[in-house]
Design a protein around this ligand. Sequence first.
Ligand code: ADP
Length: 394
Amino acid sequence: MQILVVNCGSSSLKFAVIDPAARTEVVSGLAQRLGGQDASITWKDASGRKHEDMIPGGDHAKAMREVYEGLKARGLAGSIAGIGHRVVHGGQLFSASVVIDEQVEKGIEACFALGPLHNPPNLLGIRICKELFPGLRQVAVFDTAFHQTMPRHAYLYPVPYEWYEKHAVRKYGFHGTSHRFVSARTVGMLNLRGDDHAVIVAHLGNGCSATAIRNGKSVDTTMGLTPLEGLVMGTRSGDVDPALVAFMAERLGKDAAAITDLLNKKSGLIGLSGVSNDMRSLLAECDKGNERAKLAVEVFCYRLAKQIAALAVPLGRLDALAFTGGIGENSVPVRAKVVEHLRVLGLVLDPARNAANGRDSNGRITTDASVAALVVPTNEELVIALDTAGLVTV
Ligand code: ADP
């Protein structure tokens, strides 16, 4: 049995065929710049070989049809047992993955206001797949679902209560599939008790968030109503004084939406460094002595460490800190700085283990006597495939 995993973004469509039993990827790909004359679709087979086709002017429907035809040509279309869709915002309606029916489609639509950039293309992908694969069951896997276990005192903002009642203003959190997968792997790697563990996961990719997980449940997380809250990210500011929006709107003669856009797209690492939103490029700039790049990395690591320390509050203790995502899995100096800032929590870096990305030490990058910090590669596509397989075979 194989599962097709689909992640439909505003101008891109990521897909993968996954064998959930073997936990392997059979084929994957990415259609990008959809709608533009330079739209393309790239296929990557299991050996890593890539093949790109141009699809000038191709939209999501055209790209999905290319995927369908490509799967047929590879003899894979018949073995697909279900389709799993990444859906970003499930609001308060979805606390787990679900088989998609009309009610679920309506629910995803009801969350458009909360996820205006992501939910519409996510739903479009679902509708296109329904037409292309009419007999197949489809499953929605939500980024927000894992965080629905947060207690009220963690998810409510100290703002007028009617905002929550009338406008669903609260903390939702994102990257839930990654936090769920990585925390479960961490528990397994350290032989922690399933019913008694306290873990923090730092998912550091282009978007970054950290989550406190107590006994398999998210109890608090850094992202909020939108992914803008919390940690410093590639182009997002993370936490700032909310009064800054009106202040800069007045200074720049722009409206609140325009300033929020700048906080989302021109802030964080790119805003501070003026060089790049990409950690690998920034670290290369730091090596060349670029002071602004150094500053951006310092602020990133300092704020990350502070927010990780804050997440120890709902846990009461810390059994492990897991680093994941492109930065978490690969950026040796970032992990080193963060762990050094966290001595207060009992973390002591082992530089050799850290330099090897934890590969020689079952993920561990701290000394044996220290509280554990690990590198744990994430695999969101696999989680979507496993959830989908579980729901389409019952
Ligand atoms: P996304 O959130 O889009 O899935 P990724 O999880 O792939 O992103 O993470 C992208 C980030 O990981 C970028 O900032 C990139 O520079 C960083 N990264 C990837 N490899 C390395 C590396 N070897 N060293 C430092 N940073 C890296």
